[in-house]
Design a protein around this ligand. Structure first.
Ligand code: U2F
Length: 562
């Protein structure tokens, strides 16, 4: 059966249930964005023409909102607590619904059990029962609940699960045996999923899938109106919780010499002591009013926390410049409490790396806040800069629909694992050395397995410099790392064609393999497909890296991958 686009979201609002503040926030958002979703559906339908779209039965189980996992978020919705996750879940639900799939939404263990067909009163079902869903979207909390209550079915069906995971899970932390042996400690468990089953909020870890969310879009008239109505000396501070403002008096002082400073900090009865008297604090605003404030402001300024939230994208979409601090040294799970225990080794070089790397100037300025002169100079320069509202395509409704459509249609983790990594006796790889002899590319006459996705023709492979992760090595060439292509490279043949002088070749479990170690002239192949990883580096190795092209404004998809 084919899926049919939907343009009326009122039934979705019913599916979302009610009661909790978090659900109320999400439903208001969905309602407000209804027209935008409908328009995007129309455009994507036109773009896809008669492309096949299979209809799926989908369960969305939002684990962090269940009482059983403590639901610490709902009570803080109106008090300045995190909203990013709710923004994202609301948009995921809207996208799945608009794409025309069959949808169930659960936010309690009881509902989960009844949808899974677990007999009432039974903690868990020991038998495997048929699962009435093709796909399940959940989070780490939900995953734990499913494992506890699905019995043997969990193992059988976990390939149908997608885990919404803001900051991502790198392969080395996902593989239980490897993580345990090598000290990749996490607070979230080891699930041995295909790393692409983890879906992130920003496209930061190509080992995972980029899910994202949307921002409100402006039409041309609104854009003109906003540009005309900006107050060139109005700044809004990023941070709805008072703690974010603590110790920032110096920057606030400098900023207030030039601009009128506004805030949206939650407070109970009195101004929080962290917020200086010269700040015009509006209190935590409902989302539409927050957008209105951004429309008038010239500058949206971050003080280092929260990391990677939606608000800077909204600010930039509403024509603000986003000013943020560079982190030097970078923040990571090794040196910052917030990232400690998270299953990633990623180093974060600024408050919002996506804004810095994918958007950049004139919309985004990343400066060293420890250097007051640099900070002050940036503010002065920003006041003189004219910017247009800007929203990357991947954060529009159409972009999000396009991406999720592609995932649903093409990502397949349940099929029996493909051919084992070729190893030392690999058949000829489908590559040839490029004419300039720097990298491998797909041989013209090589065939690709039907249904393989992403399309292997987009592949280019490099031997990276020692100490360079594949994530970065690919970016150096204007490409992204594509872990799905590792198996093609995991053989002696690829090294041979790249003219790497391997004295010997060994196959081991190591998330940095395939790689070449200079001192011993040794080539290493990957023994465990789950450990293929774009992330990770060591000065000991030149990693062999699979890269691919991507669509402009839609980094998740290769150019021919729709
Ligand atoms: C991020 O969560 P946050 O909720 O701190 O992210 P923000 O960027 O502040 O934005 C969340 C939404 O809050 C809205 C705004 C954004 O869509 O429109 N909002 C509002 O409704 N009223 C206001 O007065 C101000 C903002 C991130 F998303 C999470 O994944 C992380 O867990 C968290 C910590 O790093 O940061």
């Amino acid at each position: 059966v084919q899926a049919v686009f939907r343009s009326n979201l009122s039934h979705l609002l019913e599916l979302m249930g009610s009661g909790k503040e978090s659900l109320i926030f999400m439903k208001k958002r969905t309602k407000r964005l209804s027209a935008q979703w409908a328009l995007a559906a129309q455009r994507l339908a036109q773009k896809l023409g008669d492309t096949r779209r299979d209809h799926k039965q989908i369960l969305v189980h939002i684990g962090f909102l269940t009482e059983e996992s403590g639901d610490v978020f709902s009570p803080r919705v109106l008090k300045g607590g995190p909203l990013g996750e709710m923004v994202q879940w609301a948009d995921i639900l809207a996208a799945l619904y608009v794409l025309g799939h069959g949808l169930r939404v659960t936010v309690s263990l009881k509902e989960l059990q009844s949808n899974l067909g677990v007999p009432p009163g039974r903690g868990s079902c020991p038998l495997t029962m048929p699962l009435p869903f093709d796909l399940i979207y959940t989070d780490y909390h939900g995953l734990q609940q499913m494992k506890q209550h699905m019995g043997l079915s969990f193992k059988k069906y976990r390939c149908r699960i997608r885990v919404i995971d803001t900051f991502g899970t790198e392969p080395a932390y996902n593989h239980e045996e490897y993580a345990t042996l090598h000290g990749y400690r996490t607070n979230w468990g080891y699930w041995n999923l295909n790393p692409k089953q983890f879906m992130t909020m920003f496209p930061h870890t190509p080992d995972n899938s980029f899910m994202g969310f949307v921002s409100e879009e402006l039409n041309e008239t609104e854009k003109q109106l906003i540009k005309g109505g900006k107050a060139s000396n109005m700044a809004v501070v990023y941070g709805k919780e008072a703690s974010i403002w603590k110790g920032k008096e110096k920057f606030l002082g400098i900023l207030s010499k030039y601009m009128e400073v506004h805030g949206t900090v939650y407070y109970e009865s009195q101004r929080p002591p962290e917020v200086p008297a010269f700040v015009k604090n509006h209190g935590l605003l409902p989302q539409p009013e927050f957008q209105q404030l951004l429309r008038k402001a010239k500058l949206f300024i971050g003080f280092g926390f929260p990391y990677e939230g939606p608000a800077p994208l909204e600010a930039i979409a509403n024509g603000c410049v986003f000013l943020q601090s560079r982190f030097s040294p970078p923040h990571s799970s090794l040196n910052h409490e917030f990232f400690r225990g998270k299953p990633t080794s990623r180093e974060v070089f600024s408050q919002h790396p996506y804004a810095e790397n994918f958007i950049g100037k004139p919309h985004v300025w990343t400066v060293d806040y420890n250097n007051s002169e640099e900070f002050e100079a940036a503010i002065k320069a920003i006041m003189r800069t004219q910017v247009d509202p800007y929203l990357p395509y991947e954060y529009t409704c159409e972009g999000m629909l396009e991406r999720i459509h592609a995932y649903i249609q093409h990502q397949e983790f349940c099929a029996a694992p493909g051919p084992a990594p070729p190893g030392a006796h690999a058949p000829q790889s489908p590559f040839v050395l490029a004419p300039n002899a720097t990298h491998l590319e797909w041989a013209r006459n090589a065939s690709v397995a039907p249904g393989a996705w992403p399309l292997a023709h987009s592949l280019r492979a490099w031997l990276a410099a020692p100490g360079r992760a594949c994530t970065d090595a690919c970016l150096d060439h204007g490409l992204v790392c594509e872990p799905a292509f590792f198996p093609f490279l995991n053989g002696r043949d690829a090294f041979l064609k790249l003219q790497v002088p391997c004295d010997s070749t060994e196959s081991e479990m190591n998330h940095l393999y395939p790689a070449f170690a200079q001192p011993g002239q040794e080539c290493y192949l990957q023994k465990e497909p789950l450990l293929f990883s774009c992330a990770g580096s060591s000065t000991k190795y030149h990693r062999l890296c699979p890269c691919r092209d991507f669509r402009k404004g839609q980094v998740a998809l290769c150019q021919g991958c729709l």
